[in-house]
Write a protein that binds this ligand. Structure first.
Ligand code: NAP
Ligand code: ZN
Length: 349
């Protein structure tokens, strides 16, 4: 075991503060990574504040990790010291269930998340990326295309794959009309990917100041969702809508915009249940579904796709000392479009 610097919250009402946490020495199949950048996902905030319940304290959030390999176990073949490497929302799974065999580890009943899951190597729970260093089984360590900016690559590990995966699953391609609801960390990547896949993209936002940006990110049209007239113009017209909203909102207003057999997939995870009107689903045989991150093979595919097409996240790089301020701004939808923590700042305290 060795100790590393980190930021943790000790209760649902306390701010994140600097601390020290243990990491295991790399075992046979482990990769030790010096963390260079870690994105701030809204899930970090939901978890730190126990909004979904079940948070174990202290919690060290962070699951959008990019760094450099510092050591590997004797059995590791895919990574070597000095390589760039990335870790997303998962650090382990049983590897034997039907989901794992299909490369869909995110649906494994025994998946171990990067933070706040039982740690089978050390006592307590796993600790995430708001820290100096992390040790992860090589099966859950991704390769990073060398051409991409690292601060802007980190959020691909959650915001990127969480939007890429359902867009692929639901067959978003040229000729499809696709909506993305909420232009935050996930939503801005949803717009970029749907555009890259050739769809006609409509961005839905509550923030009128994001209109120009949404067009620049790849939207063909932008709808201010608080404007009922603007919404109604799109009634019955969408093949697919990706909903990334982090708080309670009227899902029926979007179900009404679907064409026959259209689907809305929720990736946003508001703590409170959404009210669904039967008559928003029935008349056009619509469906409402969910999706969580993506499996390891698809995450690598997404990173390689981003390398080929030069796609990264729009980030505001901050020192770790500003993390609490960043959480408050996230709640006000005031980030364009993802905070990425420069982990060198952790060495400064
Ligand atoms: P974020 O950056 O805060 O973006 C959320 C966006 O939702 C905001 O920018 C805002 O967009 C919109 N929004 C916020 N409050 C709203 C309200 N009251 N009414 C309508 N729109 C509102 O968050 P994120 O990191 O993208 O995460 C979004 C959600 O996805 C969170 O719940 C997070 O936990 C969840 N998530 C799920 C997965 C998964 O695997 N399924 C993975 C990662 C995150 P506008 O300003 O454009 O309106
Ligand atoms: Zn996330």
């Amino acid at each position: 075991m060795y100790n590393v610097k980190a930021y943790s919250a000790v209760s649902e009402t306390s701010p994140l503060a600097s601390t020290t946490i243990p990491r295991r020495e790399p075992k046979e199949y482990d990769v030790q990574i010096e963390i260079l950048f870690c994105g701030i996902c809204h899930s970090d905030l939901h978890s730190a504040r126990n909004e979904w319940s079940g948070t174990v304290y202290p919690i060290v959030p962070g699951h959008e990790i990019v760094g450099r390999v510092t050591a590997v176990g004797s059995g590791v073949t895919r990574h070597k010291p000095g390589d760039l490497a990335a870790v997303g929302c998962m650090v382990d799974s049983d590897g034997t269930c039907a989901h794992c065999k299909e490369g869909l580890e995110q649906y494994c009943p025994n998946v171990i998340l990067t933070y706040n899951s039982p740690d089978k190597h050390l006592d307590g729970v796993t600790y995430g990326g708001y820290s100096d260093s992390i040790v992860v089984d090589e099966r859950f360590v991704l390769r990073v295309p060398s051409t991409l900016d690292l601060a802007a690559t980190a959020p691909l590990l959650c915001a990127g794959i969480t939007t890429y995966s359902p867009l692929r699953h639901w067959g978003v391609t040229k000729g499809k009309k696709v909506g993305v609801v909420g232009i935050g960390g996930l939503g801005h990547m949803g717009v970029k990917f749907a555009h890259a896949f050739g769809a006609h993209v409509v961005a839905f936002t509550t923030s009128s100041d994001k209109k120009e940006d949404a067009l620049r990110l790849g939207a063909d049209e932008v709808v201010i969702s608080r404007n009922t007239d603007e919404m109604e113009k799109h009634t019955g017209s969408f093949d697919f809508i990706l909903d990334t909203v982090s708080a309670n909102h009227d899902i029926n207003a979007y179900l009404n915009l679907l064409n026959r057999d259209g689907n809305i997939t929720l990736v946003g995870a508001p703590p409170q249940p959404l009210a669904v009107a039967a008559f928003a689903l029935i008349p056009r045989r619509n469906s409402l579904s969910g999706s969580t991150i993506g499996g390891i093979p698809e995450t690598q595919e997404m990173l390689d796709f981003c390398g080929e097409h030069n796609i990264t996240c729009d980030v505001e790089v901050i020192p770790i000392q500003k993390v609490n301020e960043a959480y408050e701004r996230l709640l006000k939808s005031d980030v364009k479009y993802r905070f990425s923590i420069d982990m060198a700042s952790l060495k400064e305290r």
